[in-house]
Structures are given as structure tokens and as C-alpha cells.
Write a protein that binds this ligand. Structure first.
Ligand SMILES: NC(=O)c1ccc[n+]([C@@H]2O[C@H](COP(=O)([O-])OP(=O)(O)OC[C@H]3O[C@@H](n4cnc5c(N)ncnc54)[C@H](OP(=O)(O)O)[C@@H]3O)[C@@H](O)[C@H]2O)c1
Length: 463
């Protein structure tokens, strides 16, 4: 074990002979307390009038966990604004009472520790008996901001408590090691599971070096995704109000929401953030996956309505002069509704844009920062296509405890040969629904902190 690994307690795990069995065991070790999920502390994501649906904690928190939970609560205040930097929270405690707190500022701004320390200094010049609780390891390198470790060392608190080690190779335990070398006792891993879910887009994209693809859908117990009334009217809700509020919260956590052309026509979605508890309500970048450009060629009121909403809307289609195998593009640019950006990607595989650096760069430029995560709110055909290509990193599945109608519109997931299984990493009961989160084997693998994966991340990272 290296000196650094010994110091921060992140030893290499031995590779199991059966990688699937290893991933299953690692996934079981990721399950958070039911009061937390990818959206953070669930009680903060759902409006108060739906609070009866929020799961209770499985156990009482220790004092360190309670302060770390406060740090997470603080981080949730800047959800969706900081990527590609992690959305970190920091709380400074003196003699058992909160002195100050801070969250990472929008991309390019100060890190959580700097915000919290500046506020703490404003109320107390002497921080020598203070404790610093921070959800992610303080950075130890100069980026757009100075190293947070130096700011902590200058304050000389009596103790630091860190949630997770930062996988950025410029950090990877160096922040914790520097604090310990300077004689500041530092505890690592408090609320580890809960914070792995919260920081997942950052942790996974930092190591995979591409945007993370999250699939989200609501289904009945028998796998039906398309529920219509008896007159074949518009899609009726499958999941209940608490699940829908939580979905809205997740829409602001991730950088972009993707829907297929069929869903735009069938559901006329708004894809805005409306019903969740947060006061922020940041609309995501909206992406319409329409490889044949059929919404443009036919003209679509639903597309016009989507493009008129607050925030940017993009339609992605295969290039006009290179028809894809599934049909020839025939739209005219004159049909482009106001407010809609159309991005063409090279024909071939209709989902190649998810890994196309040129498309990702254009989406990032519309977003104003590097695209770190996309949540696909797909129908059954679209989701099946994603799974068949092994493009799903994480999934939020909302299962209503009701049966659907008919066989059409059901989800069928067929993974390609050689693809690892999706592993359940969280489950909770939200009102009448069960919500299960799944992670792809490689995401389980990197969250379980196998150093070989960390080493693969060579340059770039966050500032
Ligand atoms: N329960 C839920 O969570 C949920 C969520 C969303 C939607 N829905 C329901 O799902 C239904 C629509 O589902 P859907 O999957 O047909 O529509 P969709 O999600 O809108 O996806 C269809 C889009 O995917 C494209 N596509 C189809 N096959 C593909 C492939 N093999 N590779 C790449 N792209 C492909 C289609 O292109 P072409 O146009 O070129 O065929 C179309 O643009 C609606 O009834 C809607 O109400 C349910």
C-alpha cells in the first residue's frame, strides 16, 4: 500500500475472479440511508405538503454525520450551477455550534470551503477550536481558485471531517494528507454512501472523462411506460406527486434533459422545473433527440411550445446529406421554430451524438460550461436503444404499484453481449411508488474507488 493510500485509507481492492459478483458486492456497499438519494436529502427536494411521503432515516445520525448532513444540505443550495466542479457543502462548527456554512459558487466562483471560511472569519477571528465539515476533500492545487487546503491550513482549525476523497489526480488524497501532515486531525468517509450518490455525476465524469448518461422513467409494476385513458387521450401520470416533484428536482441537478421526438408529440412536455421544493428552479438545457428531423419536417406545435419555454432547447438530428439507416432526413430549415437550436451530427448510429466530442462541445457552449450529465426521460423505444448500445451509466426507475394496460409500450432492456449488468444501488418508497436507482458496472467500480480507474483520469479536471 502506498504512503498516500495508507494515509487516506483508500487501499487498492483485490480484483475478484468474477467481476459481476465483485460489482454486486460493491453495489450493495453503496446503498444510502433511505432519507437520502441522488437528489440529496429527500426532505429538501419535495414540497412540504407532500412531506408525508418522505422516507424516514433508518437510524439516528452521529454528531459528525449530523454536521456532514448539514454540509450536504448547504451544497443542495447551488444544485446544478457548479458543474463541472462538484457541488460541495462546508459547515464550520465551534464548540458544538454552527459558525458558518458555504456551498460551491457557480462555475468559476469560490469553492465551498473558501465561502464558509470567509463567513466564519467575519464572526470569529480565532478558528483554532473550530471543526470543518466538508462533503468532498479540499483541493490541493491551484485552478481557477487557490487551493482550499491552504485556506484551511491558514485558519488552523482543530479538526477536519471530509466526506469523500476527490478522484481528481491532482488531489486524490493529497488534500487530506496535507492537513494531517500539518497536524490537523482529519476524518474521512463520514456519510460516504450518501455523498457518493450526491456527487455521482462529478465522480463518474471525472473518471470516465465524458458526460454521464442517466436514464429516467416511470413504469407500472408490469413494465408499462405509456398509460393512456380509454379514449387514447394524452399520457396519464404513472407515478404519484412526490415522485414527480423529485423528478423535477433531479432535472435541475443534471445539466441537460433529453427526450425523443415521439415523447414531444405524445406528451407535449414542458421539461421545466416547477413542482419541487427548492427555491432555485433552474431549468435544464432541453434536448430533443430527433435523428430524422421529423418534427422539423412536419412542423410541430409541441416543438414550438417546448422551444418557447424559459431556457435553451436544442434539436439533434443526423446530417441532411448523409441519411441514417433508419430514414432520410427531409426537413427544411425554414420550419425551425423560434428559439430552437438545431445541431446536426454525422449520420451513422442515431445515438452517436452522446459520444461525439463536437456535439458535446456545442452543447457545452449553449450551456455556458462543460456538459457533465444528461438525463434521458425516454419512452420504451428510446430507452431500449440506449441500453442496447450500453450507453446508460445510471438509471432512476420510478415503479408505480399498479398494473398497466396492454403489452405495447412496455420497457424491454437487452444489454449487448459483454456489457456488465446494471446494479441496484438505492431504493426508497416515495408515497405509493418505489424508486430504484441502478448503476452500470463501471460506475459501481469507480465509485468503489478502485485505484486503477482513478489512474485513468489524466488531465483536465476541475478548477
Ligand atoms: N413513462 C415514462 O417515463 C415515459 C417517458 C417518456 C415517454 N413516455 C411515453 O413513451 C412513448 C414514446 O416512446 P418512444 O420510445 O417511442 O419515443 P421517444 O422516447 O420519444 O423516442 C423516440 C425517438 O427515438 C428515436 N429512435 C427510435 N429508435 C431508435 C434507435 N434504435 N436508435 C436511436 N434512436 C431511435 C426515434 O427516431 P425516429 O423518429 O427517427 O423513429 C425518436 O426520435 C409515449 O407514449 C410517451 O408518452 C413515457
Amino acid at each position: 500500500m502506498s504512503e498516500l493510500a495508507q494515509e487516506v485509507g483508500t487501499a487498492a481492492r483485490p480484483l475478484a475472479p468474477d467481476p459481476d459478483a465483485w460489482a454486486s458486492a460493491a453495489a450493495a456497499d453503496l446503498v444510502p440511508d433511505p432519507a437520502y438519494a441522488a437528489g440529496g436529502l429527500l426532505s429538501l427536494t419535495i414540497p412540504a405538503d407532500l412531506s408525508a411521503a418522505i422516507p424516514s432515516r433508518a437510524r439516528k445520525l452521529s454528531p459528525d454525520e449530523a454536521w456532514m448532513s448539514e454540509a450536504l444540505r448547504t451544497a443542495m443550495g447551488t444544485v446544478g450551477l457548479t458543474s463541472p466542479n462538484p457541488t460541495v457543502g462546508c459547515v464550520i462548527v465551534k464548540q458544538g455550534r454552527e459558525l458558518a456554512r458555504g456551498a460551491t459558487e457557480p462555475y468559476g466562483g469560490r469553492h465551498a470551503e473558501q465561502v464558509a471560511l470567509a463567513r466564519a472569519r467575519a464572526v470569529s477571528a480565532d478558528l483554532s477550536d473550530a471543526e470543518v465539515f466538508v462533503t468532498l476533500e479540499p483541493c490541493s492545487h491551484q485552478g481557477k481558485q487557490p487551493p482550499c487546503v491552504e485556506a484551511i491550513l491558514a485558519a488552523r482549525p482543530s479538526r477536519c471531517v471530509v466526506g469523500l476523497i476527490d478522484p481528481d489526480p491532482r488531489v486524490q488524497g493529497r488534500g487530506v494528507a496535507a492537513l494531517r501532515r500539518a497536524g490537523i486531525p482529519t476524518t474521512v468517509g463520514v456519510l460516504r454512501r450518501e455523498l457518493q450518490h450526491w456527487h455521482m455525476p462529478f465522480l463518474a465524469s471525472a473518471e470516465l472523462r465524458r458526460p454521464i448518461v442517466i436514464a429516467k422513467w416511470a413504469q407500472t409494476l408490469d413494465g408499462q411506460l405509456c398509460m393512456r385513458d380509454a379514449n387514447d387521450g394524452p399520457q396519464s401520470w404513472i407515478s404519484g406527486p412526490p415522485s414527480r416533484a423529485y423528478t423535477h428536482w433531479l432535472r435541475q441537478k443534471y445539466d441537460a434533459i433529453v427526450v425523443g421526438a415521439g415523447t414531444v408529440v405524445a406528451d407535449r412536455p414542458s421539461l421545466t422545473v416547477r413542482d419541487c421544493a427548492s427555491p432555485i428552479h433552474r431549468n435544464p438545457l432541453r434536448i430533443v433527440h430527433d435523428p430524422r428531423g421529423r418534427l422539423l419536417s412536419k412542423g410541430s406545435d409541441a416543438l414550438c411550445s417546448l422551444a418557447s419555454r424559459d431556457g435553451a432547447t436544442v434539436l439533434l438530428r443526423c446530417a441532411e446529406d448523409q441519411p441514417d439507416a433508419r430514414g432520410r432526413y427531409c426537413a427544411s430549415q425554414a420550419a425551425t421554430p423560434p428559439g430552437l437550436q438545431v445541431i446536426e451530427y454525422p449520420a451513422g448510429d442515431a445515438l452517436s451524438w452522446l459520444r461525439d466530442e463536437g456535439v458535446i462541445a456545442r452543447l457545452s457552449s449553449l450551456l455556458g460550461r462543460p456538459l457533465q450529465s444528461v438525463m434521458v426521460e425516454g419512452g420504451p423505444t428510446f430507452l431500449a436503444a440506449l441500453f442496447q448500445r450500453n450507453l446508460v451509466d445510471w438509471a432512476h426507475v420510478f415503479i408505480a404499484t399498479a398494473f398497466g394496460g396492454g403489452v405495447e409500450g412496455r420497457i424491454g432492456v437487452r444489454m449487448p453481449p459483454g456489457a456488465g449488468r446494471l446494479h441496484p444501488v438505492a431504493s426508497l418508497v416515495l408515497g405509493h411508488d418505489v424508486v430504484v436507482d441502478y448503476a452500470a458496472a463501471q460506475v459501481v467500480d469507480l465509485l468503489a474507488r478502485r485505484p486503477a480507474v482513478s489512474d485513468a483520469y489524466a488531465e483536465g479536471g476541475t478548477a
